[in-house]
Design a protein around this ligand. Structure first.
Ligand code: B16
Ligand code: MG
Length: 220
């Protein structure tokens, strides 16, 4: 089968917003007496806002202490802090090699999709000035289940009108790799410590068209 589409994760693949998510969660967690570190934050990558909050409360042994309304207020506060920190995001915030890859995929008429569970994804793509490259962005608001459920990747393939078997998905989080594999797409992982990726690259600057094309040819 011919490779027809590449579906990107956002946070950690296109731009590094994980640290900004961490700083916002760290502040909200501290307000309720819970300490989190970067290592714990890694477990939140690819996990929705509401599920991230539940995971933090569980981590601090305070899961039962907050009503749904109180949790919504905490999640809203985290988002306000996070959105405020996004004000410095510009076209220079794109991770190395990504803009070049998007241009190359366009030139080769390979469709481009986005599978981010972030409700802020459209605003982030606009700030990075790359929204025009994307043929379809899955709507996180319409997908109830976070990664590792394949729903967000399947929604991206469906929106592109391309079967998952003709797509490569790219992820930096273990939950994301598991989601891609469960969707029937082939997976490319960015970073270290990921298991189950069809191809694992150390960083986005290794993510080139020749590399993706060779992976597709050889991994049949
Ligand atoms: P928001 P991705 C995910 O983005 C982040 O990795 C995760 O840390 C965050 O909680 C989630 O988006 C929701 O983001 O609060 O902006 O809706 O990796 O799927 O691009
Ligand atoms: Mg990610």
């Amino acid at each position: 089968m011919k490779l027809q589409a590449i579906v990107f994760d956002l946070d950690g693949v296109i731009t590094d917003t994980a640290h900004l998510h961490f700083l916002a969660w760290q502040q909200v967690a501290a307000d309720v007496g819970i300490a989190i570190d970067e290592e714990f934050n890694d477990t939140l990558k690819g996990i929705s806002r509401g599920e991230s909050l539940l995971s933090i409360l569980r981590h601090g042994g305070k899961e039962g202490e907050f009503s749904e309304q109180a949790r919504e207020a905490l999640a809203a506060r985290k988002n306000a802090l996070y959105v405020h920190s996004l004000r410095d995001l510009t076209a220079d915030s794109i991770l190395p090699g990504i803009r070049e890859l998007l241009g190359e995929l366009r030139a080769r008429q390979i469709a481009i999709g986005l599978a981010s569970v972030s409700l802020n994804a459209p605003a982030i793509l606009r700030a990075l000035e790359i929204e025009h490259f994307f043929d379809y962005c899955a709507d996180a608001g319409k997908v109830a289940r976070s990664k590792p459920d394949p729903a967000i990747f399947l929604a991206a393939c469906q929106g592109l009108g391309i079967p998952p078997q003709a797509c490569i998905g790219i992820e930096d989080a273990q939950a994301g790799i598991d989601a891609i594999n469960a969707s029937g797409m082939r997976s490319v992982g960015i970073g270290s410590g990921l298991t189950g990726a069809g191809l694992l690259l150390p960083a986005t600057d290794s993510l080139t068209w020749p590399c993706l094309s060779a992976f597709w040819q050889h991994d049949k």
